[in-house]
Design a binder for this molecule. Structure first.
Ligand code: SF4
Length: 86
């Protein structure tokens, strides 16, 4: 099973698993978090992206997009131009 290169989590996750992973990031000290509007906008862009698989995995980087999106400095790895404008 593929593993997220950043957080080490398996890529096929339930919605609860994804939410727990996001909450773990939110609870980490020293992580600057994205505000809710930014987080939700990023995820809405991912949902329309051809690189999203399993509803939560970016096939370009292997990350759970929710985990990447909740971090203020999270980046979209789409080639040439990030799809996240926020
Ligand atoms: S390439 Fe960017 S927009 Fe597409 S799934 Fe990955 S993080 Fe989301």
């Amino acid at each position: 099973m593929a593993v997220c290169k950043r957080c080490g989590l398996k890529t096929v996750l339930t919605a609860d698993d994804v939410e727990k992973a996001v909450e773990q990031v939110r609870a980490m000290k020293g992580i600057k978090l994205a505000d809710d509007e930014t987080y939700n906008k990023r995820l809405s862009i991912c949902r329309e992206c051809d690189k999203l698989e399993y509803g939560c995995t970016c096939m370009l980087c292997g990350c759970i997009v929710n985990v990447r999106a909740v971090m203020a400095d999270g980046k979209c790895p789409y080639p040439k131009k990030s799809k996240w404008l926020v």
